[in-house]
Design a protein around this ligand. Structure first.
Ligand code: 7RM
Length: 629
């Protein structure tokens, strides 16, 4: 495969021009670099009003042949995955492309031996160990649709996702190591499965060695694997067959199962990986995300492997055993590209800088940021102390729904600007809209929208195409609406200002406020609740819950503790509100709609920006909330 990256500003400009003049020819040339069993009949078919998007339609391929088999001819001994365990005393693993290919084929055969077939949904609820990446690829090998559920999610959240996709199989582990904690994954999965009927087999990887309960459907990974060999021809897939489902929260209670398909997703993740990070053969690249999020799917597994890169997988957390773990690992594995989230940077920035400076970070060439807007202070700390003012920073804007990075600078090729994601990638047509859906020109602020498809756009929400249409294509007909606001400078650089809907990004995690409210409302003593985000110096945003109690409670602290536990149990610990205030009422319009805008101001302590509250049904509660906050 040729180098997919534009290595100079001239090459970039040329690509940008071609992409806007002849978008289909532009993407065809990129798609032609991959191995297809059969070339496509139609490059693009789309209608944002329907909505419908098809890329490389009629093409036949298997993404794992592009991520694995193809590299065996040219670089079988190249390291594909470097696994850095949670415990630094445990030996790191280097898995070559040849070994990865063999292990993926073997696991693929294990899945098949237990009944998995093309089109089945397989839920993966696993720690960040190589077997997770291998399971992802094994599903893709046999044409099964993987649905990875982040191992920090609760039993209830896991059950809801298994049931929504009607998964036939679960792959999990006895437990997972994360910092000083051990998560009892098998026990959580067992609890989840009491609410699920579709799972016929549950394969259990031994990771921690802890005691686990055993059920009829359970199979040990190592025992099942011993029964199969590593010869597994790839299932030939249509370009538009689903590759995976990944859930992301929405503004109503139910998570949205975003569906990505084989051909377009492969082309776009490889293209964006290579261009944004300017990866060069032999470099060591590390993305610190979890494979349970889209960042891990696209930029730990598929994008890097599609271009034959060496990708680091880290099991642990930045603060274990000490708060210099990231820098220690960068030095240990001689990392060249490092990709993390602003929330991690802000947390690490609080510690003495010698925790960074004592490590040799001289191999670093590129730094990346993802998940939320990066504030100026964090940007400069990252630039000064980690990059030593010598590494371009790519601030990458994208979503679960977009599959890959849509707005970012290309490291060292296009100009960076602190706090700006900068320019759309060649082939991505971003615009700013006003509230009426008119395109805004020049320097401006408005609603971010995309007016032409790119190959990795999610094709639907699993089982609910109507919702897909309503959420992304109805507010501004003819455009894809991501739900973010942005401003644009005179040079066309975008700065993402944040969500314009009811999703709050906490420590880089996209949390819908509605499911959290639903969880709070489950408590017998809660009448109603409203959850909003407020600025937090480490997490970016934190959650503030306003709760109306049924009975006048003497002990607010006990109720608050119970509510936090309830949210952790229903959704997961990351969704626990930082603040919970018991109130006698919520500010409402006369038609009964909660005024979240006012709650956001109250949560942020911006009392002088409340605006006119006299039109409220109950203006007195605003005073009460202020008094008791
Ligand atoms: C990749 C990911 C998506 C939401 C998105 C934004 C926010 C992500 C940036 C960002 C400002 C960035 N997928 N977001 N990246 N905001 N600058 N570079 O995070 O589906 O989990 O979240 O995250 O609001 O809509 S996600």
């Amino acid at each position: 495969m040729d180098d997919l990256a534009y290595r100079s500003i001239a090459a970039y400009e040329q690509a940008k021009d071609q992409a806007s003049a002849q978008p289909e020819a532009f993407w065809e040339a990129i798609a032609n670099q991959f191995e297809w069993h059969q070339k496509w009949d139609k490059t693009l078919e789309y209608d944002f009003h329907k909505p419908e998007v098809k890329w490389f339609f009629g093409g036949k391929l298997n993404i794992t042949e592009n991520c694995l088999d193809r590299h065996l001819k040219t670089q079988p001994n190249q390291t594909a995955i470097i696994f850095e365990p949670n415990d630094p005393k445990e030996t790191a693993q280097h898995i070559s492309y040849e070994e990865l290919h063999s292990r993926v084929c073997r696991v693929a055969n294990m899945l098949k031996a237990h009944g998995a077939k093309k089109g089945d949904r397989i839920c993966l609820y696993m720690p960040m160990v190589p077997e997770l990446a291998i399971s992802v690829l094994a599903c893709a090998r046999i044409g099964a649709i993987h649905s990875v559920v982040f191992a920090g999610f609760s039993a209830a959240a896991l059950a809801a996702r298994i049931n929504d996709a009607d998964c036939a199989m679960l792959v999990t582990a006895d437990g997972g190591f994360r910092g000083a904690k051990v998560t009892p994954l098998k026990a959580i999965a067992d609890e989840a499965l009491t609410h699920c009927t579709s799972i016929k087999t549950s394969i259990v990887l031994k990771r921690t060695g802890q005691e686990v309960a055993w059920n009829d459907i359970d199979v040990w990974w190592h025992e099942a694997l011993a029964e199969v060999d590593d010869h597994c021809p790839a299932e030939i897939m249509d370009s538009e067959d689903p590759l995976f489902i990944l859930y992301t929260s929405g503004s109503t209670g139910k998570p949205k199962g975003m569906v990505h398909t084989c051909g377009g997703y492969m082309v776009y993740t490889a293209y964006s990986f290579q261009n944004v990070f300017q990866y060069e053969k032999g470099d060591v690249y590390w993305c610190t995300a979890d494979i349970g999020w889209i960042t891990g799917h696209s930029y730990i597994v598929y994008g890097p492997l599609a271009v034959g890169a060496t990708t680091v997988m880290f099991e642990g957390v930045p603060s274990y055993p000490e708060c210099d773990r990231f820098w220690e690992v960068c030095a240990k594995h001689k990392v060249n590209q490092f990709y993390t989230a602003p929330t991690a940077i802000r947390a690490l920035q609080k510690h003495p800088v010698d925790l960074v400076s004592k490590h040799d970070l001289s191999t670093l060439k590129v730094l990346g940021s993802v998940g939320e807007p990066i504030n100026a202070e964090a940007w400069h700390w990252y630039d000064n102390h980690v990059g030593k003012n010598n590494c371009p920073i790519v601030d990458t804007w994208w979503q679960t729904e977009t599959g890959g990075i849509l707005i970012s600078s290309l490291a060292g090729v296009t100009p960076q600007k602190p706090t700006y994601a900068t320019l759309p990638m060649p082939g991505v047509q971003a615009v700013l809209l006003d509230n009426e859906g008119n395109e805004l020109a020049d320097e401006n602020e408005g609603i971010l929208a995309i007016k032409y498809p790119w190959p990795s756009i999610a094709r639907t929400i699993w089982g609910d195409h109507e919702r897909y249409k309503n959420v992304y294509f109805s507010a501004y007909p003819g455009y894809y609406f991501p739900g973010d606001g942005a401003l644009r400078d005179a040079k066309g650089n975008y700065r993402i200002t944040g969500r314009v809907d009811d999703v709050v990004i906490v420590s880089g995690h996209n949390l819908g406020t509605a499911p959290i409210e639903n969880a709070l409302n489950e408590h017998p003593n809660v009448v109603e609740s409203a959850v909003v985000g407020f600025p937090h110096d480490v997490k970016g945003n934190a959650l503030y819950a306003f709760v109306i109690a049924k009975n006048v409670v003497a002990d607010h602290e006990a109720l608050i503790a119970a509510l936090r536990a309830l949210v952790a149990q229903t959704i997961g610990p990351i969704a626990k509100p930082d603040r919970i205030q018991v109130v006698s009422g919520l500010p409402k319009t006369r038609s009964g709609k909660i005024m979240r805008r006012i709650l956001r101001k109250l949560a942020a302590g911006e009392y002088d920006q409340l605006g006119d509250v006299s039109t409220l049904l109950n203006p007195e509660v605003v005073e009460e909330i202020k008094r008791n906050s």
